[in-house]
Ligand binder design. Structure first.
Ligand code: URA
Length: 295
C-alpha cells in the first residue's frame, strides 16, 4: 500500500476528513507531512464511530466505573414464605469443570460451539443471556482477540457488535477485511478471552480467564490463523502471559504458539483516546506487513 493510500485509509478509520482544494490535493510525501495536512472531523464518520450509546469503558478504566444497580431478574420470583416459616435456601446451580484440555483438543467446530454454549465452569454462566462464541471465517487468515462480551454482545451472542465493534469494523474495512464476506485471506475471525459477559462489564477475574482459556486455544488451533491481533490488556495477558502495558508491547511482532501476534489497543479504549488511533493504525499496518512477509 502506498503512503498516500495508507494515510487516506488511516484518516478514514479515525473518522477524519482531509480538506484540500481539488488542485492542491497532492499527497504528502511522508507520515510527518500527513500530520501537517488540515484535518476536519467528519460529522458523519464521527457519529458512526461514537454512537449515542455510551462506549464500553476500556478494560483499564473498568474498575472506575460507577456501579450500576444489578439487572432486574428475568425469571419469576419465588413468593416470600408465610410468616413463621423458615425458607430453605435454594442452592446455587451447580458448576462443573469445563471439558478437559485433552477432550477439547479433539473437538471440531460443532462440538466446541456446543461445549461453550453449555459451559457452566464459572459463575458468569448464571448472569449471561447468551454465550458469545466468535464470528468469522473458520479458516480466516486474521484472528482478532478481544476481552469479553458487553451488554450488546451478550444480547446478540456475537462479539464486538456495540460501539467498540463499530470502530473495529471500520478499522478492518480500512484494510479491506471483513468479519462476514470474502475469502479466508480477507476475512477475520473474532473471539474474546471470555465467552460470557462479566456482570456490569467488570474486568474479567483471573479464575474466569483461566477457565475460558482452553476454548480460545482450541479456536486458534482450528482456525490456524496467519496473524493474531491481541486487543487490550486481557487478550495480551491471556495469549502472551504478560502484564506489561500495551504501549510497551506494541510495535513489534510477538508469537503465540508459532503464530505471529501483534499487540494493539482495545477499540473501546480508542473510542476515548483519539490520539492513540494513529498508533492502532500503525499496529494494523505492522500486522499486514508481517502477513505479507510471511513465507
Ligand atoms: N469488547 C470486547 O473485548 N469484546 C466484545 O465482544 C465487545 C467489546
Amino acid at each position: 500500500m502506498s503512503w498516500s493510500e495508507r494515510q487516506r485509509r488511516m484518516l478514514e478509520m479515525m473518522g477524519l476528513r482531509v480538506w484540500a482544494p481539488e488542485a492542491a490535493a497532492v499527497p504528502p510525501a511522508d507520515e510527518g507531512a500527513a500530520a501537517a495536512v488540515a484535518v476536519a472531523p467528519s460529522a458523519a464518520a464521527e457519529t458512526r464511530a461514537e454512537p449515542a450509546v455510551a462506549p464500553r469503558p476500556p478494560a483499564s478504566a473498568r474498575s472506575l466505573e460507577p456501579v450500576a444497580p444489578p439487572p432486574a431478574a428475568t425469571g419469576p420470583r419465588a413468593a416470600p414464605p408465610p410468616e413463621g416459616v423458615v425458607a430453605t435456601p435454594v442452592p446455587a446451580p451447580s458448576r462443573e469443570r469445563g471439558a478437559g484440555r485433552a477432550a477439547l483438543a479433539q473437538m471440531d467446530w460443532t462440538q466446541l460451539r456446543e461445549q461453550v454454549a453449555q459451559c457452566r465452569a464459572c459463575a458468569l454462566c448464571e448472569t449471561r443471556k447468551n454465550t458469545v462464541f466468535g464470528v468469522g471465517h473458520e479458516r480466516a487468515h486474521w484472528m482478532i482477540v478481544g476481552e469479553a462480551p458487553g451488554e450488546q454482545e451478550d444480547l446478540r451472542g456475537e462479539p464486538f457488535v456495540g460501539p467498540a465493534g463499530q470502530l473495529l469494523d471500520s478499522m478492518l474495512a480500512a484494510l479491506g477485511l471483513s468479519r462476514q464476506d470474502g475469502p479466508a485471506e480477507r476475512q477475520v475471525y473474532i473471539a474474546n478471552t471470555l465467552k460470557c459477559r462479566p456482570p456490569r462489564n467488570r474486568n474479567p477475574e483471573p479464575s474466569e480467564l483461566a477457565q475460558c482459556e482452553p476454548y480460545l486455544q482450541r479456536q486458534i488451533e482450528l482456525i490456524q490463523p496467519r496473524i493474531i491481533l491481541a486487543m487490550g490488556r486481557f487478550a495480551v495477558q491471556q495469549l502472551l502471559g504478560s502484564s506489561e502495558a500495551i504501549g510497551r508491547l506494541r510495535g513489534r511482532v510477538h508469537e503465540y504458539q508459532g503464530v505471529p501476534l501483534i499487540v494493539t489497543y482495545h477499540p473501546a479504549y480508542l473510542l476515548r483516546n483519539l490520539p492513540d488511533k494513529a498508533r492502532a493504525w500503525d499496529d494494523l499496518c505492522l500486522a499486514l506487513q508481517t502477513l505479507e512477509r510471511a513465507p
